[in-house]
Each structure stands twice: as structure tokens, then as C-alpha cells.
Design a protein around this ligand. Structure first.
Ligand code: AMP
Length: 598
């Protein structure tokens, strides 16, 4: 489809051709003909960067009457920056439309200037809600004749607390106006506005609802909360050409992170609400012009900052709202470019990742935090690449090159390279030489088994790994021993259940059982102290499991924790003469209880 096919005025077509727009973007293809040909309202789910300004701006300019000096269209936007940007875009599109006046009104600017501009009634007003209310109260703007109302970034306006202002404004507009609502996300509050203030509207979706841009890769690093900053630095060091926003939760955190980055030599600055408008403008300008690589910002402060080719969005802290995450990540991966949304999280935030995955229907990839060596390698090759691409200024160097050649004559190529590389690279090597591993060890199967084994000692069934030793005790079937009773005896003698007992085999005179090698001494000591029963290593015998290979050991789940309690000891114990009075403790009672107190 071409713009010409959209039936726009020639003046508009000339303007967009001059801007280099070759064909309509998807949101424009869907919205423009609908607005021009139908009469219903529009709710469009589209993020910044999808071409939404032209999607509402072009048909709006096509439909207003330049001859009539009345406000015919109102565009509401959440921030000053967005107001200015929309106004500039509209002015560009209206370049050849005679008599069209577009005036932006927003807070944070001397109202008198805006009042003067409004003296000559514009056909289009682009406003932030707060300032517009102010002007409405002063009777300086009349919305009674508007035919079009655009709510741009409606979700942002609600996030910024403009709900009541928007409703007040809507009530000052004629009922037969046409409304176009643009929003990156569709929370229920937006749906409510659409329901309450819009007539049978057409829903236009570009991309997936509530989903971030398609070409954004979502990754996360898991670390200890106190290591966030270190991880951030590694991310920055692993991506020497990074151009991104680091999102923090609070102004204070924003300031701290930015200051630390600057002190550590990074090309960074902060954007937060404590800055004056002039300071904000300066920082944003520097960032837009890429004099700053990492902009540390709060969500509120970053609103209205329209930078299209961010390589990374970094969530220094994950937001509580999925929508906030969508907005953040939607700032990268624009205009067909690839983008990365990185989250630095600690273990307790893993559920948030799961939540995001479910809502956005995207997979978040866990990446290992790069170690010092990887960072150094990355930096080294970045240096080499820069060296390959550097523009050599022959003319300027010419007067010195002879002397330099003489001075370095004794160095061969390899030595020369080593020195040259070291000059730049040593500081990285120094910094990273003892850099710790910032990864939190995952709960691997093995560590899980260890943990469960520990829990098993408290009474549950558990598993432990390691070499096993087969022990024997001179108590057998003759004495009425069963596996359960044997466990009871071991429990009583050792006085704690931390010793895992494996496969048990009972013969007429002896009972054999497996114990982990590192617990054998503990068990033998307990028996020698607390009982007359002798426990010996079953000489020459491999552990039971080794002998029987794959056979499932006793109890189904080989290393069962011993769960038998004293009061559950089977009645058959009387068959062993010694059982009547815990004979295995005879003469050891004091020792036994002493050991337990420890
Ligand atoms: P927006 O989503 O309105 O902020 O637009 C994103 C960017 O795309 C702006 O820089 C527009 O100038 C540009 N743009 C809008 N429509 C087109 C188009 N049809 N072709 C090329 N660029 C466009």
C-alpha cells in the first residue's frame, strides 16, 4: 500500500514524501483509511516508534478546516517532551497546508508565552492535561467545537495520575467528537475510559497486545541483591558500545547508581525528578547526541524521552507492574533494530520473571554473569576492532612518523602489539584480576539432593550422595530384628537422625547396613560411647548397593531418613533379652545424656 492510496491531500503527500516516508507503517495502514472513511472512534494499541503520530496526525490534518479559526482538534499527551515532538511532527506534515496552526501547551514553561500563542486561535492544540485544565479555567482555550480528540500514550497519562484531569477535559468537549485513543498497553482503566467516553469504537492492534516489541530479547542475570551494581558494570563492560537506559526505582537510587558509574569512569548521567527542567533538557540532549552512553533514570523522568535506537534497556530493579516493564523494554528494539532488555534480579525476584513470561508470552533467558576473564577478552577485542577501524590521519602524523619509527626500531611486531595493547588494557586486567564470580550457584540436582538429605535428617526421607560403607552389627533375625527396629536402635544410640542409613540386610545373626563414608565415624563413636553393641565394618564387603547393582534398596527410596520414633518401636523388641532396658546404653547413660546436651 502507498500513501497515495490512502486518499490523503496532495499537500500532505508532498510533505511526507519530503520526510522520506515511502510507505505507510502498519498502524498507519490500519488507522488512516478508517478515520478518513468511517465515523466510529478508534482504540489503537501501539507503542511509540510504530508511527502512531502520523497514524492520527495525517487523517486529522486531512479532515480539519484550515479556513475556520476554531480549535477543531485536541491532542492530549502525558509529557512536555511528547507534546513538543507531536507538535513538530504535525507541523512537518502540515508544511504545505495553508493556514493550519498547531500550538503546544504544557507545564514547566512560562504560561504567558503559551497564552500569547493562543491569542491567535489554532485549529490544533497539543496539550498535557494539567496545563490544559489551567488554560480552560482561564478561559483561554475553547473545546466546544472540537471534532477530534486524540489521547496519546493514554496508559502513561493514567500512570502519571491524569485520570481526573482527562475526565474533566472530556466533559468539556462536544459529545459528537471523534475520539482516538492510543496506548501501548490496555490495562482495565483504559478499557473503562474507552467504555465510558467512546462510542462504538474500532480496536486496532499493531503487534501483540501487552507484549513488548518483537525484536526485543529479554534476558536476566541472577545475583545477590548487594551485587547489583557490580553486575551492572559487567554488563556495561561486556557491551562496550552500549547505548541504554538503566531504570531505577527511586530518585535516590538513580542518583547513587549514576554517581558511582561516573566515578568509575563510565559515560553516564542521571535523569530524575530533582533536576530542574533546564538540567533535564541538558541531560536528554547529551543522551540523544550520544555523549552519554548510559542514562540512569526513573520511569517518570524517562517519559517523553524519545530515543529510537537504544541497544539496551537495563532494569536495575524490576518494576512491580508488567506494564511498566513493557514500556521500559519497548524503548529498545525499535524501527526494526534488535534490542535487549536486561533485568538484574536476586533469587526472591525469580517469580517476577515467571510472571512477566506468562503475561508477555515471552521467554526470558537466564545468562551467566560474565566473569573477569570474559570481560577482559571482550574489551581486548573491542580495542583491536577500534584500532582496525580508526581513521588514520596521515597528514597530521607525517611529521612525527619518522622519529617514532626510529624510536621503536628495536621492537618487533609482536612486542609492539603487546605494549600497545597493554597500554589500554592493563587497567581492565588490574580491575578484573581478582574479580569474584557473581553468579549465585543454581540449586543443581546434586545440591538439591544434599539439601533434601539434610531435611531428611529432621525426619523426612532424604537423599545424600557420596561413597557408602557397609557396616554390620551383631543383632539378627534370631533376636527379632527387623529393618524398622534396627533403625530405632540406631536412632536411640546416635541420638540424632542426621546419619542416613541405606540398604539394610538382616541375616540370622547379623544386620548389615550402608552408611555414607563421612558419617561412619560419627556412628561408630556413638555406638562405642552409648551402647554395648558393637558395630563393625563389614570387611571385604562392598556396599550393599554396589553388590546388587540396580536393585531398588530397602524402603523403596534408597536413602531413607530414619523416621521411626521411640513410641513406634515394634512390640517384638521383647524377644531380644537386652531390649527390656535399653542394654546397649548400659553403663553409658551419663555419657549419652552429656553428649546430647552439647
Ligand atoms: P512515532 O511512533 O509516531 O513516534 O514514529 C516513530 C518514527 O517513525 C518517527 O521518527 C517518525 O518520523 C517515523 N515514521 C512515521 N511514519 C513513517 C513511515 N511511514 N515511514 C518511515 N518513517 C516513519
Amino acid at each position: 500500500m502507498t500513501f497515495r492510496e490512502l486518499n490523503l491531500k496532495d499537500e500532505i503527500l508532498s510533505a511526507i514524501e519530503e520526510l522520506g516516508y515511502e510507505q505507510p507503517m502498519p498502524v498507519q495502514e490500519k488507522t488512516i483509511p478508517f478515520v478518513l472513511e468511517q465515523s466510529a472512534d478508534v482504540v489503537a494499541l501501539a507503542q511509540t516508534g510504530t508511527g502512531k503520530t502520523a497514524a492520527f496526525g495525517l487523517p486529522l490534518l486531512n479532515l480539519i478546516d484550515p479556513e475556520t479559526e476554531q480549535v477543531q482538534a485536541l491532542v492530549l499527551a502525558p509529557t512536555r517532551e511528547l507534546c513538543i515532538q507531536i507538535t513538530n511532527d504535525l507541523k512537518n506534515y502540515a508544511k504545505y497546508l495553508k493556514g493550519v496552526r498547531i500550538v503546544p501547551v504544557y507545564g514547566g514553561e512560562d504560561i504567558r508565552v503559551q497564552l500569547r500563542q493562543l491569542d491567535h486561535t489554532p485549529q490544533i492544540v497539543v496539550a498535557t492535561p494539567g496545563r490544559l485544565i489551567d488554560l480552560l479555567k482561564r478561559g483561554k482555550v475553547n473545546l466546544e467545537h472540537i471534532s477530534f480528540l486524540v489521547l496519546d500514550e493514554a496508559d502513561e497519562m493514567l500512570n502519571m495520575g491524569f485520570k481526573e484531569d482527562i475526565e474533566t477535559i472530556l466533559e468539556r468537549t462536544p459529545e459528537d467528537r471523534r475520539t482516538m485513543l492510543f496506548s501501548a498497553t490496555m490495562p482495565k482503566e483504559i478499557a473503562a475510559i474507552a467504555r465510558n467516553y467512546m462510542k462504538d469504537f474500532e480496536e486496532i492492534t499493531v503487534g501483540t497486545k501487552n507484549a513488548g516489541a518483537e525484536n526485543v530479547e529479554h534476558i536476566y542475570y541472577l545475583c545477590q541483591a548487594k551485587q547489583r551494581y557490580e553486575v551492572l558494570k559487567r554488563i556495561a563492560d561486556m557491551n562496550p558500545d552500549i547505548y541504554g537506559i538503566v531504570f531505577c526505582r527511586t530518585r535516590q537510587e538513580t542518583k547513587e547508581v549514576a554517581e558511582k558509574l561516573m566515578n568509575d569512569g563510565y559515560n553516564a548521567d542521571a535523569l530524575h525528578g530533582d533536576l530542574s527542567q533546564a538540567q533535564r533538557d541538558t541531560v536528554m540532549k547529551k543522551f540523544r547526541e550520544r555523549h552519554i552512553q548510559l542514562l540512569v533514570a526513573t520511569d517518570v523522568a524517562a517519559r517523553g524521552l524519545d530515543v529510537s535506537d537504544l541497544t539496551h534497556v537495563i532494569n536495575y530493579n524490576l518494576p512491580d507492574d508488567v506494564e511498566v516493564y513493557t514500556h521500559r523494554s519497548g524503548r529498545t528494539g525499535r524501527a526494526g533494530k534488535k534490542g535487549v532488555s536486561v533485568s538484574i534480579i536476586h533469587s526472591k525476584e525469580k517469580f517476577k520473571i515467571k510472571q512477566l513470561e506468562r503475561t508477555l508470552k515471552k521467554t526470558f533467558e537466564k545468562r551467566p554473569i560474565p566473569n573477569g576473564l570474559e570481560v577482559c577478552k571482550k574489551q581486548l577485542f573491542h580495542l583491536i576492532n577500534r584500532m582496525q577501524q580508526v581513521e588514520v590521519n596521515e597528514e597530521q602524523i607525517a611529521p612525527y612518523i619518522g622519529q617514532i619509527m626510529n624510536q621503536l626500531e628495536y621492537l618487533d611486531k609482536e612486542e609492539l602489539l603487546k605494549r600497545f595493547v597493554s597500554l589500554e588494557f592493563n587497567r581492565f586486567l588490574d580491575y578484573y584480576k581478582d574479580a569474584p564470580d557473581l553468579n549465585i550457584p543454581e540449586k543443581t540436582k546434586e545440591s538439591r539432593e544434599k539439601r533434601e538429605g539434610r531435611e531428611g535428617r529432621a525426619g523426612g526421607r532424604g537423599k545424600k550422595t557420596g561413597e557408602k560403607v557397609r557396616l554390620k552389627i551383631k543383632l539378627g533375625d534370631q533376636e527379632g530384628i527387623t529393618p524398622k527396629r534396627l533403625l530405632g536402635i540406631i536412632n536411640d544410640v546416635t541420638g540424632d537422625k542426621s546419619i542416613s542409613i541405606g540398604s539394610i540386610e538382616i541375616t540370622s545373626k547379623f544386620s548389615f547396613f550402608d552408611v555414607y563414608a563421612d558419617q561412619v565415624n560419627q556412628l561408630l563413636t556413638a555406638f562405642s560411647r552409648n551402647s554395648n553393641l558393637q558395630v563393625l565394618e563389614a570387611k571385604g564387603s562392598k556396599s550393599f548397593e554396589e553388590r546388587r547393582g540396580e536393585r531398588r534398596p530397602f524402603g523403596g527410596d534408597d536413602w531413607g531418613g530414619r523416621r521411626e520414633r521411640r513410641d513406634e518401636r515394634p512390640a517384638r523388641r521383647e524377644r531380644h533379652p537386652d531390649f527390656s532396658d535399653k542394654p546397649w546404653r548400659k553403663g553409658r547413660e551419663r555419657n549419652y545424656s552429656g553428649a546430647r546436651k552439647k
